[in-house]
Ligand binder design. Structure first.
Ligand code: NGQ
Ligand code: ZN
Length: 453
């Protein structure tokens, strides 16, 4: 196969910015060479600064179809729990085809925003009546098909949802499309593993609310060395209920009752004590932060400063997909800290002046760990997942180095993403995804049906 590659003017390498480099890509979609450009390089030239693609480590794909549909006052006490009821009502109507089309549309939008990998926290398993499909992994296959159609790198995380609350509270009607007995869940996970030849896989016990200690043990056994993601301590009510059940807070309980290490991604982890923050950071687990969803749901603000100071790793996810823009997630993460601390440029790597570069690098390293892929960034052996920012954008005029990342994260956002490569293939060019016309047509058809009755 003829080698492919890209000639880069400004390029962000693991050691920092470089100029006039040539990348070469192997047929396996990985970077095979990072070297100085030579006059006889025949590869196309990037039309702007080249940075690594960003992992999106937390996603409930179907919720993209709800974007904008829960921002009008409904229940008298409009909060996370009433929003959850709206999700249950919405999810009850989705078919496997709907689920696949909505996910494909979402993944196109993720790629156009510069996300090149997604951790799909997938719990919509069964038919509307709660009965598993003939193949209990049917909906998992639909997520994989959507990722394949869009060309985003997928880490598929089938979710175990076993109970309705701490201490074995029964599940409620709206959850019956999620709920699995352990045998069905094991079958789904084993099937996903067996078919994960062009995607990665792991497990996701939904939360300590939805998975008791015995079921959690099974999920962890099924994980082996693969990623383990869990919602945790997103709501103060969860903390109170966990204390009532076990005498420990959620993060505290999980750190005491499981072997938490780099395989784990604690999603949200919003409500933690100083001791929990430090112990979680020291465990090596990734904190999976979803600032736009956490703001939309009124969750609270993650103790990012203390967590990073203790050596914690963070990644970002778009979760409910009210917003699909990695730059905006990082911007909001920093702005939340500024609003609380009345200071500026807070979340920075040691010795790094640029907040944008620090946030981007943290999300790259933590996100890559969170989705369970090996090499990070633009280096030999890593996936050839790249963003080319728009060198013709007025906002980037005369800018280079970390000023480019500060502008991308704090001002331009996804509008500055010009081209995106996954596995060395251009999937977004000039701001358009190669299959967006047909996928958005399919999505419009699904939305017409869902919203017309
Ligand atoms: C979910 N989303 O599974 O979509 C959850 C809500 C729950 C967030 N936690 C349901 N943001 O946590 O019980
Ligand atoms: Zn979530």
């Amino acid at each position: 196969m003829t080698k492919s590659g890209l000639r880069c003017g400004d390029i962000l390498l693991p050691g920092g910015w470089a100029r006039d480099m040539t990348l070469e890509f192997g047929s396996n979609g990985r970077i095979t060479a990072v070297r100085s450009a030579t006059p006889d390089d025949v590869y196309p030239s990037a039309k702007g600064p080249v940075i690594p693609g960003l992992p999106n480590l937390h996603s409930h794909a179907f919720q993209r179809a709800m974007a904008g549909m829960t921002e009008s006052a409904g229940a008298k006490n409009d909060d996370f729990w009433s929003w959850r009821q709206a999700v249950y009502r919405f999810v009850s109507r989705l078919t496997p085809d709907d689920t696949e089309v909505i996910a494909a549309q979402l993944y196109v939008e993720m790629l156009k925003a510069g996300y090149t990998a997604v951790g799909e926290f997938h719990y919509l398993h069964h038919a509307p009546d709660g009965v598993p499909y003939d193949d209990p992994a049917e909906m998992s296959h639909r997520i994989a098909a959507a990722a394949y159609r869009s060309r985003i790198d997928l880490t598929l995380l089938p979710v175990l949802y076993a109970q309705g609350g701490f201490d074995g509270v029964p599940t409620e009607d709206g959850q019956h499309r999620y709920v699995c007995d352990l045998d069905t869940y094991s079958r789904i996970v084993e099937t996903v593993y067996a078919q994960a030849y062009d995607y990665s896989a792991g497990v996701a016990p939904h939360s300590l609310r939805a998975v008791g200690p015995d079921a959690l043990k099974i999920a962890i056994e099924l994980a082996g060395e693969r990623p383990i993601h869990i919602h945790i301590a997103e709501q103060t009510r969860e903390v109170e209920e966990c204390l009532a059940w076990s005498g420990a807070r959620p993060v505290e309980w999980l750190l005491q009752n499981a072997d938490v290490d780099g395989r784990w991604c604690f999603v949200h982890a919003t409500h933690m004590t100083v001791a929990e923050t430090r112990t979680l950071a020291e465990s090596g687990a990734v904190a999976g932060l979803c600032p736009t969803t956490e703001a939309d749901l009124g969750d609270g603000i993650f103790p990012a400063g203390a967590f990073l100071a203790a050596g914690g790793r963070i990644g970002v996810g778009s979760d409910s997909h009210v917003v699909v823009d990695g730059a905006e997630e990082l911007r909001l993460l920093e702005f939340g800290q500024r609003l609380v601390q009345h200071k500026r440029n807070i979340l920075r790597l040691p010795g790094r002046a640029s907040t944008g570069a620090s946030l981007f690098e943290m999300a790259l390293v933590g996100g890559t760990g969170g989705v369970g892929t090996a090499a990070t960034g633009i280096s030999i052996g890593a996936a050839a997942n790249l963003i080319v920012l728009d060198g013709d954008a007025p906002l980037l005029a005369e800018k280079s180095g970390d000023d480019v990342l500060d502008t991308f994260i704090f001002s331009g956002g996804r509008a500055l993403v010009r081209d995106v490569f996954v596995g060395g293939r251009a999937v977004v060019s000039g701001g358009r995804h190669y299959a967006e016309a047909e996928i958005s047509r399919d999505f419009s058809r699904v939305m017409k049906r869902l919203l017309s009755n």
